[in-house]
Design a protein around this ligand. Structure first.
Ligand SMILES: Cc1cc2nc3c(=O)[nH]c(=O)nc-3n(C[C@H](O)[C@H](O)[C@H](O)COP(=O)(O)OP(=O)(O)OC[C@H]3O[C@@H](n4cnc5c(N)ncnc54)[C@H](O)[C@@H]3O)c2cc1C
Length: 311
């Protein structure tokens, strides 16, 4: 039997695509993942309060939001399979999508495998994750933990510069921790960082451990030149050291950009292969928000539906 539509990935993009496709009676099959590329439910399963997803005026816990999206997809008839896709073959139609013990043929596929925020895995990171350590200033900056206190951002590229500038709205002081002796951010961003009176740049340092009681109170920095250790009293530590898109599975079949994100074309979610679309963070290294992931998931489902009708 050949399915009409398979969706790979169960973050906001995947579940939204499933809701739209199921309502369009495409009977989508959604592979939620198991271990590959994060947890079933995606990145929001690793956070607490989500304060910026419209419709929840008091905020909502990330796992609760994802449970609601999942239930909505099931309610409209999407079939969910909690397993990792390990191979895809887009060279022949219908396409083949396989887990370790199941092979599915499908006319159309939507890829929503997301991205994984890189972490430093320093001592104490697990203990203070969501209690001072975060990988997203836009998501967590307004948290009371970070108001009018000193915080640190790690990284030297444009994302780190943006996160540091963003946090100057809330924190009393932002320490930008740069591993080398130069910023990789654009010239304009560098100037904004270096001239900002709330930002102090620390060159050639990396955090090596996090300390506190229930919440983060300080970190230890190691000088990358002479290995000396210093303590920095901060209530927040933001990783801005990049994301890894979960696209290894598609390399050689879908066009990827230089950072490994799936390329989509025009104002659509279409990939280089007709009948394959990509939505969410797997094709977006700019916005990386739940609402933009859900929005592109919706676009992909509508585009897939129209394409299937035409075919
Ligand atoms: C700590 C943290 C807090 C955040 N807070 C906010 C916030 O407050 N507000 C906000 O808007 N955004 C927030 N974000 C960003 C937001 O989580 C992402 O933008 C969003 O989850 C992206 O959705 P997605 O559907 O593209 O992919 P993801 O959420 O990354 O989900 C990808 C899915 O693909 C699955 N998958 C991967 N590989 C495979 C495979 N081979 N087979 C099957 N399945 C696979 C994974 O299991 C996962 O379910 C936060 C991110 C983090 C890390």
């Amino acid at each position: 039997m050949v399915e009409q539509l398979v969706i790979i990935g169960s973050g906001p993009a995947g579940y939204t695509a499933a809701i739209y496709a199921a309502r369009a009676q495409l009977q989508p099959i959604l592979f939620e993942g198991f271990e590959a590329g994060g947890l079933p439910g995606g990145q929001l399963m690793t956070t607490t309060e989500v304060e910026n997803f419209p419709g929840f005026s008091e905020g909502i816990q990330g796992p609760k939001l994802m449970k609601e999206m999942r239930q909505q997809a099931i309610r409209w008839g999407a079939k969910l399979i909690t397993d990792d896709v390990i191979t895809v073959d887009f060279s022949q139609r219908p396409f083949t999508i396989a887990t370790s013990d199941l092979e599915v043929k499908s006319h159309a596929v939507i890829v929503c495998t997301g991205a994984t925020a890189k972490r430093l895995h320093i001592a104490g990171e697990e203990e203070f994750w969501n209690n001072g350590i975060s990988a997203c200033a836009v998501c967590d900056g307004t948290n009371p933990l970070f108001q009018n206190v000193e915080i640190a951002v790690v990284g030297g590229g444009d994302s780190a510069a943006e996160e540091a500038l963003y946090m100057t709205k809330y924190a009393s002081k932002v320490h930008l921790l740069v591993r080398s002796d130069r910023l990789r951010a654009s010239k304009v961003m560098q100037e904004r960082i270096l001239n900002h009176d709330k930002i102090q740049v620390h060159w050639r340092v990396l955090p090596i451990s996090a300390h506190g009681s229930d919440i983060l109170q300080s970190i230890q920095l190691q000088d990358q030149k002479d290995s000396s250790i210093m303590e920095l009293k901060v209530s927040g530590l933001f990783y801005a050291i990049g994301h890894t898109p979960n696209t290894q599975l598609f390399a050689g079949q879908l066009d990827l950009d230089e950072k490994g994100y799936i390329k989509t074309y025009g104002k659509t979610t279409a990939t280089n292969i007709a009948g394959v679309w990509a939505a969410g963070d797997v094709q977006d290294h700019i916005y990386r928000q739940a609402i933009t992931a859900a929005g592109t998931g919706c676009m992909a489902a509508l585009e897939a539906e129209r394409w299937l009708v035409e075919k």
